[in-house]
Design a protein around this ligand. Structure first.
Ligand code: HEC
Length: 131
């Protein structure tokens, strides 16, 4: 019996040692760069207020691994399935898609994305307006 207890204590000690092993860290915390480059977690970075709004309201579906990116990739060149990689979108088209809904994309109401926020997001995505 005593042997069994010692064996159990040894196993527990091993487990604890395994759990306290440090994950690689960068200055901001855990280094997730490898995971991100393999597409396992989504890039949520932004460098402007409009891009930050896009990340907050749309990127869960329209950056990597998003349902929008996956579904759009079936009806167009997958290279331009992420909305941010398109150069043909107009602000009007983006606004219509959001307020009227398109295919499998649900309508996003004003309570979730205000007109002012949508204007900013549409401006960020619209490279087809010749701006
Ligand atoms: C719940 C997931 C989801 C969210 C959130 C979402 N979308 Fe979509 N979106 C989709 C899907 C899915 C499609 C593809 C529709 C289809 O083809 O069936 C799509 C399509 C689109 C299209 C049409 C592209 C084309 O070429 O026809 C635009 C524009 C668009 N979304 C803009 C946005 C914007 C802007 C936001 C944020 C305000 C947003 N979406 C948020 C899922 C989403």
């Amino acid at each position: 019996m005593k042997r069994l207890i010692v064996a159990a204590q040894f196993a527990a000690a091993l487990l604890v040692a395994g759990c306290t092993e440090e994950a690689p860290r960068s200055e901001e915390g855990v280094d997730r760069s490898a995971a991100s480059s393999f597409g396992m977690i989504q890039d949520r970075t932004s460098s402007s207020p409009a891009e930050a709004l896009f990340v907050e309201k749309c990127s869960m579906c329209h950056r990597n691994m998003g349902m929008g990116t996956v579904l759009l990739g079936r009806r167009m060149d997958p290279k331009v399935a992420p909305l941010e990689d398109r150069d043909d979108l107009t602000a009007d088209y983006v606004t219509q898609a959001v307020r009227v809904g398109i295919g499998n994309m649900p309508i996003i109401p004003r309570g979730e994305v205000s007109d002012e926020q949508l204007q900013q997001i549409a401006g960020y995505l619209a490279k087809g307006d010749g701006e």
